[in-house]
Design a protein around this ligand. Structure first.
Ligand SMILES: [Zn+2]
Ligand SMILES: [Zn+2]
Length: 282
């Protein structure tokens, strides 16, 4: 991984970009406390306090591309800064879409993505997933689609930034919609799998759970819930628009079948619990 540095298309500038040592999000202003980590949805690590680092400091890290299903690749990080999210690359004839963004980039990753056709567009599902999106955008001359309502969380502005609201078709057959919930502009991305079934890439917006269901939270590390009304709204929003057999969340979690029905069923369970319907069981 260290032999290709001299061919790095971004030159020294790519590796000199600063990022938060905890969430890994890129920044042009590495001073004070990272706004994303200071927010109640994240946290500043108690042991280290706020640390700013540079992409260069993660050299020795790596991203491995793994095909999660035909046409959808996971970018699996190892030894990198940040929360180690697994971004997904949707490969389509009309251009590839990167959903969520690693907090690390190197020449090997760029080359591997280029072998799959590059990146036409980048869609972070919410600000925790900005990663080093401006660097991926520069490497592939890709447009970064950021929810307008959450644009205030950008600490570094991509050169090709497209603010968006509501619903958008990113490339033919790949649609994004803002459900809100985790963030006001939290989004999901829908595509059609090679078998013709709908597939939803849900980031943290809708989060797969070990029992085969999903959950919805304002904060994952701090376990802050959402209300019954919001959870029902998010589930209705996405299932009204899309049919999807499979759902992929962050960290290699997924719902392998009947995912749209699972979302509705899980939302109903959640809403009943936070509404007090089961308080007699507690
Ligand atoms: Zn941070
Ligand atoms: Zn998040």
């Amino acid at each position: 991984m260290t032999t290709m540095r001299s061919s790095d298309g971004g030159g020294a500038s790519r590796f000199s970009v600063a990022q938060c040592g905890a969430c890994g999000v890129e920044t042009d202003t590495p001073s004070g406390v990272c706004p994303i980590c200071a927010d109640e949805r994240q946290y500043v690590p108690a042991d280290t306090g706020q640390v700013w680092t540079r992409v260069a400091d993660a050299r020795g890290g790596a991203i491995t591309l793994r095909e999660r299903e035909p046409g959808i690749w996971g970018l699996v990080p190892a030894g990198v800064t940040g929360i180690a999210q697994e971004a997904k690359l949707i490969v389509t004839p009309g251009g590839n879409v990167l959903v969520d963004v690693p907090a690390f980039i190197d020449d090997a990753t760029v080359a591997a993505i280029r072998d799959l056709g590059g990146i036409a567009a980048i869609v972070p599902t919410h600000p925790h997933m900005f990663g080093v999106q401006s660097l991926y955008a520069d490497a592939f001359e890709a447009t970064v689609w950021v929810a307008e309502v959450d644009a205030g969380w950008l600490q570094r502005r991509p050169a090709r930034l497209q603010l968006w609201t509501a619903d958008v078709e990113i490339v033919p057959g790949v649609r994004a919609t803002q459900t809100g919930g985790h963030f006001p502009g939290s989004a999901v991305v829908h595509t059609i799998g090679a078998d013709g079934a709908g597939v939803l890439l849900a980031g943290d917006t809708i989060f797969a759970t070990p029992d085969g269901g999903v959950t919805f939270l304002r904060s994952f590390p701090n376990r802050i819930p959402l209300s019954a009304a919001v959870v029902r709204r998010v589930a209705a929003h996405v299932t009204d628009r899309f049919a999807f057999e499979r759902l992929y969340s962050n960290f290699q979690l997924r719902v392998p079948e009947h995912a749209d029905a699972v979302v509705l069923r899980s939302a109903d369970r959640y809403a009943r619990w936070v509404s007090g319907e089961y308080d007699h069981l507690t």
